[in-house]
Design a protein around this ligand. Structure first.
Ligand SMILES: NC(=O)c1ccc[n+]([C@@H]2O[C@H](COP(=O)([O-])OP(=O)(O)OC[C@H]3O[C@@H](n4cnc5c(N)ncnc54)[C@H](O)[C@@H]3O)[C@@H](O)[C@H]2O)c1
Length: 316
């Protein structure tokens, strides 16, 4: 049977994610929902009209959902649901400033997913990411492997782009890695970074690497400051769509994602950015990678920072 994916929230992030998912021409159906009457239907119609030009058959279905869950029947049978509903940052705001307002939105969305798509794998992108992922797992009651968050694919892509631009080399020759939270305690991992298979540490000075690490950590804020309204969506949607496809194809690809950590790196009981193997069950397993003592200490620090915040969302 053909695969079905739902994207909740038809703003910039959600609509570009739906577009990428449809253009893969792998899914049978992409459902796009929003609470703004007509917006998801209009975007779906527009996307469907692009099919003869772009040459894909995936059908996009737009649905306006109501305050009491009206319209959510459309997500029934979804293999994957991507949650993008919620406010984005404005210049000067941290992702944490969105906590309360987005917790209300995401909890409601999660309850409807549990009711109408109880077998789905849920990929959360709404910010603050680590907390919204934890909240979605609590509100759906889904097994922890079936709820994950998107941050590391994006942060790693930003790191790679920064390194490639600095060295004037193709992005394809650079491999980087970021772990930890999608925020101030993001943990870029220079020891795992390479350029043409050679250690990054041999290509750039420690000061230059640190400068690129700081730019990566502030990558989202840099875009927000330039846009002045709203936040990034091209790279973020590429990240979420690739994760959704990996799940739907049961591909076993290993990506940095926000996943439940249970003993790996000596850390337990928290949603944290780690490498994970993705498949039809969501996170098949967390993949441990060698870290330097400093990187491991930063990862543990990140775990404690997000653990405290994730405990707060339980009551939101
Ligand atoms: N994880 C990441 O790496 C990452 C990157 C960029 C943005 N984000 C986050 O993604 C979220 C969406 O960003 P955006 O740029 O698309 O914002 P946006 O304002 O363009 O779109 C958000 C959409 O959500 C809709 N919405 C609100 N409540 C809803 C509900 N209950 N059900 C369905 N839809 C609802 C709104 O009507 C709006 O259309 C934000 O929280 C942003 O911070 C995360």
């Amino acid at each position: 049977m053909g695969k079905k994916v739902t994207v909740v929230g038809a703003g910039f992030y959600g609509s570009t994610t739906a577009q990428r998912l449809a253009e893969y021409d792998f899914f049978e159906t992409v459902v796009l929902t929003d609470i703004i009457e007509g917006k998801p239907e209009g975007l779906a119609l527009d996307l469907n009209q692009s099919r003869p030009i772009e040459g894909f058959e995936t059908k996009v279905v737009g649905v306006t959902t109501g305050a009491n869950g009206e319209g959510y029947e459309a997500i029934e049978g979804s293999d994957v649901v991507v949650v993008t509903a919620g406010l984005p940052r404005k210049p000067g705001m941290s992702r944490m400033d969105l906590l309360e307002v987005n917790a209300r939105i995401v909890r409601g969305v999660a309850e409807n997913i549990a009711k109408y798509a109880p077998s789905a794998v849920v990929i959360v992108v709404s910010n603050p990411l680590d907390e919204m992922t934890a909240l979605t797992q609590l509100a759906t009651g889904f097994p922890r492997n079936r709820v994950l968050g998107q941050a590391g694919v994006l942060d790693t892509a930003r790191f790679t782009n920064n390194v490639a631009e600095e060295l004037g080399v193709p992005v394809g020759s650079v491999k980087t890695l970021t772990l930890g939270s999608h925020g101030d305690t993001m943990v870029p991992v220079p020891s795992q970074c390479t350029v043409d298979g050679q250690p990054l540490t041999g290509a750039l000075s420690p000061e230059k690497i640190e400068e690129l690490v700081v730019r990566t950590r502030n990558g989202g804020a840099e875009v927000v400051a330039l846009l002045k309204t709203g936040s990034a969506y091209y790279a973020p949607s590429a990240a979420a769509a690739r994760m959704a496809r990996a799940v739907a194809q049961d591909s076993g690809e290993v990506w940095p994602v926000c996943a439940w950590v249970d003993g790996e790196y000596g850390i337990s009981g928290v949603y944290l950015g780690v490498l994970a193997e993705l498949g039809a069950t969501g996170v098949r397993r967390v993949v441990e990678t060698p870290l330097t003592d400093t990187e491991l200490a930063s990862l543990k620090e990140a775990a404690e920072a997000v653990r405290a915040k994730q405990a707060d969302v339980a009551s939101m």
